[in-house]
Design a protein around this ligand. Structure first.
Ligand SMILES: [Zn+2]
Length: 335
């Protein structure tokens, strides 16, 4: 890291971080647990996200410490939510990585299409030390088609999440994101079906742009068991809209490492987000590289977006600390 980048961190980012930063959305994987390499197949969408074959927990924690060098970095982590993955192998891998490393809070992949029995989940939850479910995405790419929330969480997953008060991290489907009425009906249904589960919508319900959040946020009114994580959300206005509607208590900081370990920023261009990054990353959809500007870790850009949103809405320092740590820790507490 350059001195300039570190100085920028100390001046702009560090002052609003609490002593411990809890990152509620990260991944760890090894291709040893995969059935195939997605981008080597001809399936539609399989080349959407090209990744390294391995992202160990050590690397995840190293990235967290590099981004937030003077803070205690902890992370909720889960495997590779893709059809490429072998559930049993991925579950074993994530459990072992979390046990070997301090400060990790693992979630197990879950969904009816995985065909896991109740006993299978119970064993993972009890012996593997998992704190809840990362709902499995049984698709490649960003074509989330006509999938419904109701198809993504089965009766076994719902029953267990409700009985045990588990975290249930959900990446909402469909082109319309959380603004889609079918998705909203699904989230309402899940919230009512699992009142004791701690439902977290990944990437703020995939609303990266102000217009998307504005169209979506009202559906969370009154759904107190539904929260949102900030993974890859770098637009302050998106978070301002969210804070105004649901308040700081239902927002948790998340990065989406390893993606947010890239240097660059997610910006709006026309009607979609685009990741503007420094050179050296593999080509990917909606990713543009350049070398004639400064850029730092995307994870820090997420912090800055929270900083500006918090400032505009006028939440207290304690409420802001809640977003970076306390809110998430409360969800992880076993009942
Ligand atoms: Zn993710």
């Amino acid at each position: 890291m350059t001195d300039t980048e570190h100085a920028y961190y100390l001046q702009e980012v560090a002052p609003i971080l609490p002593a411990t930063v809890l990152d509620f959305h990260t991944h760890t994987w090894s291709s040893d647990t995969w059935k195939e390499r997605p981008w080597e197949t001809d399936r539609e969408g399989a080349k959407y996200m090209v990744t390294d074959e391995r992202y160990s927990a050590e690397q995840l924690l190293a990235d967290g410490r590099a981004c937030f060098p003077d803070r205690d970095y902890q992370a909720v982590c889960f495997g590779y939510p893709s059809p490429a993955v072998d559930w049993a192998e991925d579950t074993k891998y994530v459990a072992e990585e979390a046990k070997r490393n301090r400060g990790l809070w693992p979630l197990v992949l879950a969904g009816p299409s995985l065909g896991v029995s109740r006993e299978g989940y119970e064993e993972a939850l009890d012996a593997g030390g998992f704190h809840g479910f990362k709902v499995f995405m049984n698709w490649y790419g960003d074509d989330y088609g006509d999938m419904r929330v109701e198809d993504m969480v089965g009766p076994t997953e719902r029953a267990l999440a409700n009985e045990r008060g588990l975290v249930m991290l959900l990446h909402v489907p469909r082109r319309g994101r959380l603004a889609d009425p079918v998705v909203q009906a699904g989230v309402r249904w899940l919230s009512a079906e699992c009142p004791r589960a701690k439902i977290v919508l990944a990437h703020c319900g995939r609303c990266y742009l102000p217009g998307e959040m504005k169209a979506a946020i009202a559906c969370l009114r009154g759904l107190d068991n539904v929260r949102m994580d900030t993974a890859m959300v770098m637009d302050p206005v998106v978070l301002q809209i969210a804070l105004n509607e649901i308040g700081p208590g239902r927002l948790v900081f998340g990065t989406d490492f390893p993606i947010a370990a890239m240097r660059g920023r997610r910006v709006q261009v026309w009607d979609h987000w685009v990741d503007v990054v420094l050179p050296g990353y593999p080509p990917s959809a909606f990713r543009v590289e350049g070398d004639n500007y400064h850029a730092g870790y995307m994870a820090r850009e997420i912090v800055l977006a929270i900083r500006w949103a918090a400032d505009m809405v006028g939440i207290s320092d304690a409420e802001r600390d809640g977003i970076f740590h306390d809110n998430g820790m409360a969800l992880l507490k076993k009942e």
